[in-house]
Design a protein around this ligand. Structure first.
Ligand SMILES: Cc1cc2nc3c(=O)[nH]c(=O)nc-3n(C[C@H](O)[C@H](O)[C@H](O)COP(=O)(O)OP(=O)(O)OC[C@H]3O[C@@H](n4cnc5c(N)ncnc54)[C@H](O)[C@@H]3O)c2cc1C
Ligand SMILES: NC(=O)c1ccc[n+]([C@@H]2O[C@H](COP(=O)([O-])OP(=O)(O)OC[C@H]3O[C@@H](n4cnc5c(N)ncnc54)[C@H](OP(=O)(O)O)[C@@H]3O)[C@@H](O)[C@H]2O)c1
Length: 447
């Protein structure tokens, strides 16, 4: 099963998925000479960024533009073309991932139109992987890159009256474009990036658009001082609370408090919820084309009642209520993420299951791609034997400290279970890689 590289015996790996996380893993393994198979359900790479992806898993809508700037999204050794705008359209992002795999010669290393339907751990620690072709293959290591924004989370529990509502109800995942809203009365629920994008799109064609949110959010503009907002210097050596205060002041100077626009007052400080980024929401509210509302209380016939007792007639309700972290190929008692909860060492290594790695399973204040790239290189080093994990007790203490810090900082919500700060995460990962490399070297030295 394993192969050799010089005097080393290398494990054989399986990568599930060739979205932006999976292709970073493919590159890292390939560069290290680690033998692998990468299975991709679709006929192309890019996952979420393939509008209308035939895998049925993409949440991209026709007018989706990225909400982090391209310089924060690109992989470290493959810049996006300078001709791209600061916040490219999904077609650019799809093209970029295709260019990436062609540039590094990775396309032929991916098995397209092949799904992993089951993955089980054998007694000897190897992985038995069942494909939708009916074939079973055995690997020493399993890298999971199946994405975490494709399994829609509907309101839990459903609102009273949802089963008898006269209008249409859909989740943001199946939203394609605003033609469905033309002339209609639309209620959009949530105040994450899907909700604000879809409410803005609705506001151009609908008869009325209501944005219902159960809590407030700091609405971050795409630009400050003429530059993409995520390019404000964010040095992880500066304590978080100082950076938080500075950025909060800048944002408030630009937009003022959300209550000024009729949005709910945030119940948290800036940086304590996943960022909601929109250069257009506040304008559209001030143009009178979007009406903020509190949470939905019930659906009654063709009416939506809100928790403040107000009611509106509605033809469409769009639930922008987030996503579930799902691993359909694992038995739930082996690996699952109830309420999106999953405890991993630095979001990658499972503390109880060796040779299992997660790539891109994190929510950064920033883009996922450079983090998935760093994670992939880290796992690659580990599979080569160049990185050794800390002792189990240290790993568990690290996980507990991380979970406690996340719980303390973030608003309690199923959307805040895998949060990281982009720059801090990269810095900490680099330090851990160095520490683990030292541990690995120490074990190689004669006693
Ligand atoms: C509307 C929307 C906008 C977003 N905008 C941004 C943004 O601006 N910036 C940002 O950083 N992030 C954004 N995200 C987050 C998004 O998760 C990442 O951009 C990115 O798609 C993550 O890549 P991934 O490879 O981890 O997952 P995906 O893109 O979901 O790719 C997973 C891949 O795995 C494959 N796969 C899954 N299961 C199997 C299986 N069993 N067998 C074989 N193949 C399988 C799928 O076919 C897919 O190709 C957005 C998310 C949404 C929903
Ligand atoms: N343009 C872009 O680049 C873009 C566009 C869309 C999405 N995205 C990304 O895609 C990911 C998913 O975003 P998302 O907006 O779809 O989901 P999300 O960030 O998880 O937001 C879900 C929203 O729904 C609310 N909610 C959940 N359950 C609810 C309920 N039962 N009743 C009332 N409100 C409820 C949440 O409120 P609580 O906070 O109270 O839980 C939150 O406001 C994020 O990473 C986001 O950045 C990016």
């Amino acid at each position: 099963m394993s192969s050799t590289n010089g005097s080393r015996s290398l494990p054989r790996a399986c990568v599930i998925g060739a979205g932006s996380s999976g292709i970073a893993a493919v590159k890292a393994l390939h560069e290290r000479g680690i033998p692998f198979d990468c299975f991709e359900k679709s006929d192309e790479v890019g996952g979420n960024w393939v509008f209308g992806n035939r895998n049925g898993m993409s949440a991209a809508y026709r007018d989706l533009f990225i909400d982090v700037s391209r310089e924060r999204m690109e992989y470290s050794d493959f810049p996006m073309p300078a001709s791209y705008p600061d916040f490219p359209h999904h077609t650019h992002i799809r093209e970029y991932f295709n260019d990436y795999i062609d540039h590094f010669g990775l396309r032929d290393l991916i098995v397209f139109e092949t799904s992993v339907v089951h993955a089980a751990r054998c007694e000897d620690g190897s992985w038995e992987v069942l494909l939708d072709t009916g074939e079973t293959r055995v690997y020493d290591a399993l890298l999971i890159a199946n994405g975490h924004h494709w399994d829609p989370r509907w309101p839990e529990p459903a609102f009273p009256g949802a089963d008898t509502f006269a209008g249409e109800q859909l989740h943001a995942h199946s939203y394609v474009d605003n033609s469905i809203f033309a002339g209609k009365r639309v209620v959009v629920l949530g105040i994450g990036n899907s909700a604000v994008d879809i409410a803005v799109e609705s506001s151009y064609v609908a008869a009325r658009t209501y944005l219902a949110a159960r809590r407030g959010a700091w609405i971050i503009p795409k630009y400050v001082f003429g530059r993409p907002v995520d390019q404000i210097p964010n040095d992880p050596r500066v304590p978080f609370w100082i950076r938080q205060r500075i950025i909060h002041r800048i944002i408030r100077a630009y937009t003022g408090d959300p209550e000024r626009y009729g949005l709910p007052k945030p119940d948290h400080k800036f940086g304590e919820a996943h960022p909601t980024i929109s250069g257009r929401l506040l304008d559209r509210i001030q143009h009178g084309t979007i009406t903020p509302k509190p949470n939905i209380a019930a659906l009654e016939g063709s009416r939506v009642r809100f928790v403040d007792g107000s009611e509106v007639e509605a033809d469409v309700v769009v639930y922008c209520t987030g996503y579930k972290i799902s691993f359909p190929f694992f038995d739930a008692d082996l690996v699952s993420a109830p309420d999106n909860h999953i405890e991993l060492f630095r979001r990658v290594f499972h503390p109880d299951i060796p040779a299992l790695y997660f790539i891109g399973l994190l929510q950064p204040l920033g883009a996922i791609m450079p983090l998935a790239e760093a994670q992939s290189e880290w796992v690659g080093d580990h599979l080569l034997g160049d990185y050794e994990l800390p002792p189990e007790a240290q790993m568990r203490a690290d996980i507990e400290a991380d979970q406690n810090a996340m719980r303390k900082r973030y608003v309690a919500s199923k959307r805040h279970t895998i949060q990281v700060d982009f720059d801090d995460y990269l810095r900490d990962l680099a330090a851990e890689r160095r520490a683990g490399a030292q541990r690995a070297r120490a074990h190689l030295l004669p006693a």
